[in-house]
Design a protein around this ligand. Structure first.
Ligand code: ASP
Ligand code: MG
Length: 438
């Protein structure tokens, strides 16, 4: 196996010269065959690129902050001063064109955002070479990572593995692959949605048949609750892929919601490790059976709701097609005789859906979700409802799942933290800080 290991470094793990050096050391310390790296833009760069594009639409051209940021990174690392000049020049041209026209097309936004990862892959590869490790920066779309044309939230097309694997095998030294970026069938640049470089890493790991995929992040691991809402939340040492996948889907921000999907039917083991503390074990996700009891509480702060009139089966069928096309993946969905009620995150696709359905749908007030994760036996959902009631939380909707991965409650935003804490206290407060039984 040429590539048993894929290492993904997020923006925080590459935020400055010291961070890039630390990443290089982690790569250097890998025993055995060289890994594949997948990298995000340097921390904060994607957001800054977004601001540059927004300012350009207002007619302002301002690339200075980004130029200085990257130039000083290069200097800190002692790399060739011209390393990014061509890319910075190209970025300047596109921003200038937008500021001249005062309008931006969706594919242009993706093009602007792409410079973050394209520059960081070049910086990381150059820093590795500087440390004596052969490495080549690679733009993921040149490997054949192809998606649909849903700009800003594109999804990979099926059947990419062969071309990804063959292209990666031809690369000299360690491939340093841009996360987040792809192209559609027409050759336009696309992005996989914010935090989408996790998904790139999963696709790469699947394609090369890697045994391990390590996500280096600025967190201690996956926690059994959101520490902002549940002060007693603790790091989980391990959980099943399905549980982790449900957790990502229902809002645990540590992984992009689609990250684990390409890996559910593989053998790969995932580690979520703390880039600030590389010796800590972090959280391990593997193909163990899910736990027999809840393992964590998570949730999404803001979900948008729609109530769609269901005049006949065809209307419902049409709705499902629209959900699919616009990548709207409802977290709550109820089909009744007269209407379909759904709640989903406020993505660009959701806004399109709302417009397209405006004739037969009404918007519902925003809500927050609180989700108890873990293969729940009968009774857990009802007990959760009692616990919420006793804390004065009155869910607007509940979706109980007697043998699935989660119990979901939609609550008013101001009740979300109370609800999360109450559920956490009920199931996790008195346990020792370790994983659920495997
Ligand atoms: N750079 C992109 C973002 O900040 C993608 C990623 O980091 O995963 O969202
Ligand atoms: Mg990131």
């Amino acid at each position: 196996m040429r590539f048993p290991l894929v290492m993904k470094f997020g923006g925080a793990g590459l935020a400055d010269g010291a961070a890039v050096r630390r990443a290089c050391t982690l790569v250097q310390e890998v025993p055995g065959p060289p890994p594949i790296l997948v990298v995000s833009a340097h921390g904060g760069v994607t957001a800054e690129l977004e601001r540059c594009a927004e300012r350009a639409v207002l007619g302002e051209f301002d690339l200075e902050a980004l130029r200085i940021r990257h130039k000083s990174l290069i200097r800190e690392l002692g790399l060739e001063p011209e390393l990014l000049d061509r890319l910075l020049g190209e970025l300047g041209q596109v921003l200038y064109a937008i500021s001249d026209r005062r309008r931006i097309f969706a594919e242009e936004m993706d093009f602007v955002l792409s410079f973050g990862e394209r520059m960081s892959a070049r910086v990381v590869a150059a820093a590795l070479r500087e440390a004596g490790i052969p490495a080549t920066p690679v733009d993921a779309y040149d490997l054949g990572l192809t998606t649909d044309s849903c700009h800003g939230d594109a999804r990979p097309l099926p059947g990419l593995e062969g071309s990804l694997r063959r292209s990666l095998e031809e690369i000299a030294g360690i491939p340093v692959v841009t996360g987040f970026l792809a192209k559609d069938g027409r050759g336009n640049l696309t992005t996989l949605g914010r935090n989408g470089s996790d998904l790139t890493a999963s696709l790469v790991a699947r394609s090369v048949g890697a045994r391990r995929l390590v996500f280096w992040k600025p967190v201690a691991g996956i926690m059994d609750g959101d520490p902002d809402k549940v002060p007693t939340a603790r790091v989980l040492t391990g959980m099943s892929m399905l549980e982790a996948s449900a957790m990502a889907f229902h809002g645990a921000g540590v992984l992009h919601p689609s990250t684990l999907q390409p890996l559910l039917d593989t053998e790969v083991t995932i580690e979520v490790r703390d880039v600030r503390s590389p010796d800590a074990p972090g959280t391990r996700l593997d193909h163990r059976e899910s736990s027999a009891r809840p393992v964590a509480v998570t949730g999404i702060d803001r979900l948008e709701g729609l109530r769609v009139r269901n005049d006949g089966g065809e209307a419902a069928a049409n709705l499902f097609a629209l959900l699919h096309i616009n990548h709207v993946r409802p977290r709550y969905l109820k089909v009744a005789v007269d209407a379909v009620t759904l709640y989903a995150p406020s993505t660009p696709g959701f806004q399109v859906l709302r417009r397209e359905l405006s004739e037969r749908a009404e918007s519902l007030p925003q809500l927050a979700s609180v989700v108890l994760i873990g293969a729940a036996k009968q009774g857990v959902g009802l007990r959760a409802l009692e616990v919420l009631g006793a804390s004065g939380v009155d869910p607007v909707y509940s979706q109980l799942d007697a043998d699935g991965q989660c119990q979901l409650f939609l609550v008013e935003a101001n009740q979300q933290a109370i609800a999360a804490e109450a559920l956490h206290r009920e199931w996790f407060a008195l346990e020792s800080p370790s994983s659920a039984p495997g």
